[in-house]
Write a protein that binds this ligand. Structure first.
Ligand SMILES: [Zn+2]
Length: 96
């Protein structure tokens, strides 16, 4: 059984969250304290993190395709790929 560092309540291992405090030390805290410390609830936090990961993946995939197009099809396709990558990045960050 773990204990929340901030409020002292008992935590199930699956509910325990690791939070970095302002001194950069890691603390084990509960969800309620996480919400207070981070200013957002954990679901929103996890969702944003997941979203950012997906955006990064999509952009990397596009960059890979761009390099491939540039090498295989010529500079014009490469430029089109770059434009597409920027568009995807732009829309993905706007969707949040
Ligand atoms: Zn707590």
């Amino acid at each position: 059984m773990l204990k929340c560092k901030l409020c002292g309540c008992s935590l199930e291992e699956k509910d325990a969250l690791v939070h970095k405090n302002q001194q950069g030390e890691q603390e084990i805290i509960c969800r309620a304290c996480f919400e207070k410390a981070a200013g957002i609830d954990y679901e929103t936090f996890a969702f944003r993190k997941e979203n950012a990961k997906q955006t990064l993946f999509a952009v990397l995939l596009c960059l890979g395709a761009t390099v491939y197009a540039f090498v295989e099809k010529g500079p014009l396709y490469g430029v089109a790929g770059i434009v597409l990558t920027i568009l995807i990045y732009f829309f993905a960050s706007k969707a949040k």
